[in-house]
Write a protein that binds this ligand. Sequence first.
Ligand code: CAA
Length: 257
Amino acid sequence: MTWDTITLDIDDDVARITVDRPEQLNALTVDTLEAIEEGLTEAAAADARAVVLAGAGEKAFIAGADISYMVDLSTPEAQAYAELGHRVADAIESFPAPVIAAVDGYALGGGCELALACDLRIADESAVFGQTEIDLGIIPGWGGTQRLPALVGDETARRLIFLGERIDADTAAECGLVGEVVADDALDDRVDELAETLASQSATAIRAAKEALNAAGDGPAATGLALERRTCAGLFGTHDQREGMQAFLEKRDAAFE
Ligand code: CAA
């Protein structure tokens, strides 16, 4: 199967899914999310023993959900979009083999959230992370309110989400958001090396370990995830959501209520 918005390569038991909208910094449209979901299904059917999620181009891993799509969404439409984003994050989290986020450039909003759903995050020195939804008058809608505190702790998660702070790769590593930072020209080699090592382990044991880790008590709570979808969707149609997204598209500062 082929897609307009992603590429899928499977080689030596390692699947690489690359979001391929570099002109829009790999922002995630409905089509793109559906393509990632289908790519993961195809990778699972091919018994991939490790998956790499990456973004095309030099500037971004994924700069978030597509704001030009979201700007005029109603609450029910935003709820459907959040359900789709959650489905993709859940498909990553429950994939029966490790998924590595190879983060070069921006991992913002929904891009950061898909990285959070991965098993491991490797960033290059230029990577920038952030849950920047507050600048758009909304909140993280694809799992960030639940998965981020589990990784970085409650205080840091609140700072990142309340302030929309963008942090560099070293800061992300210091707070536990990424496991490893490598030089800009070393990301692909390091990720390939790690993926090959993971693929050479016992697939059965890795799958069991992943299931057990996912079931750990401090993992994302289903009720919290459901609340996040409802709350984020409920902000669509408010003055601040319309203004925040319109301001981004018009390249000006937002005037919030
Ligand atoms: N949605 C749609 N288009 C986006 C986008 C996004 N999230 N991010 C970037 N783009 C587009 C820009 O509109 C621009 O398009 P044009 O060339 O047609 O104008 C193109 O990508 C290049 O972007 P910039 O010109 O803005 O590039 P820059 O280098 O000046 O800035 C950036 C890069 C800091 C990442 C900036 O693009 C930016 O702030 N993007 C928005 C990031 C963001 O807020 N993400 C969160 C989205 S909300 C979300 O994800 C909700 C959720 O929880 C699921």
